[in-house]
Ligand binder design. Structure first.
Ligand code: GLP
Length: 240
């Protein structure tokens, strides 16, 4: 059963998660972080700026959950660019130690396997930050994803493309495909920290935390994990 923490604001959630991450890094300077994109984890990265100031973060490693396929890595909304802008630069991490799945079409066939190997070589992920999509997806594992899935290419559902259109000029500019860590990959992280804010996430949160464990709601996979912390504001907790 996940530990559910209800907080008053995204800033409070960010502070809690950042405290836990800072504790890990103090204990083990080569901590491996699983990084999420989207708007949800931003308060965590904000709070981390303060928590990590003065700590040696040169050994910290990071693996992003997902990336769009076929997007130019220099595009401001590629997840490589987002992770660089929101995490690597502000926190002073070593860019070479932070990876995103490679969405380059030329090498996409083995990109999933390569990413899995890189995570394994790093010793696995110590703490995985997760958001949740309104479709119940974690990473980009849309409904129907197998709980055993590994990093692979997926097609984005219409709802997710609509949700993410706000980051692009129009929905037509949102890529159709993505490469994402699988649910099986995510479940191997040693600690999952799932955050969600706002009424729009209430249904997905309730189904992920309390609903049946089913691939139609990929977030429900967290119920299979022995160490999960769910941090939500009142609105996102309203259907629990
Ligand atoms: C995005 C990402 C997910 C993220 C989710 C929620 O599409 N691929 O990793 O958790 O959707 O996004 P947001 O946090 O902006 O609501």
């Amino acid at each position: 059963m996940a530990e559910v923490v209800i907080v008053e604001s995204p800033a409070e959630a960010g502070a809690l998660a950042a405290d836990e991450i800072a504790r890990l890094i103090i204990h083990r300077p080569d901590t491996v972080l699983g990084l999420a994109t989207g708007s949800t984890p931003l308060p965590v990265y904000d709070a981390l700026r303060d928590r990590l100031a003065g700590l040696d973060v040169s050994q910290v490693r990071g693996f992003a959950l997902d990336e769009y396929v076929g997007i130019d890595p220099a595009h401001p909304e590629s997840y490589r660019a987002v992770i660089t802008r929101e995490v690597v630069e502000p926190l002073g991490l070593d860019a070479a130690r932070v990876q995103t799945p490679n969405g380059d079409l030329a090498t996409i066939e083995h990109a999933g396997e390569d990413y899995e190997r890189a995570i394994a070589d790093a010793g696995g992920i110590d703490l995985q930050i997760l958001g949740i999509g309104t479709s119940g997806h974690i990473g980009f594992n849309e409904p129907g994803s197998s709980f055993a899935s590994r990093t692979r290419v997926k097609t984005l559902v219409e709802q997710t493309r609509r949700d993410n259109a706000r980051f692009f000029a129009s929905i037509d500019d949102v890529p159709m495909h993505c490469i994402t860590q699988g649910l099986g990959t995510i479940l191997e992280a040693r600690h999952l920290v799932l955050l969600a804010f706002g009424a729009g996430k209430a249904d997905a949160v309730a189904r992920a935390v309390e609903g049946p464990v089913t691939s139609s709601l990929p977030g429900s996979a967290i119920q299979l994990h022995p160490h999960v912390t769910v941090i939500v504001d009142d609105a996102a907790a309203s259907r629990l």
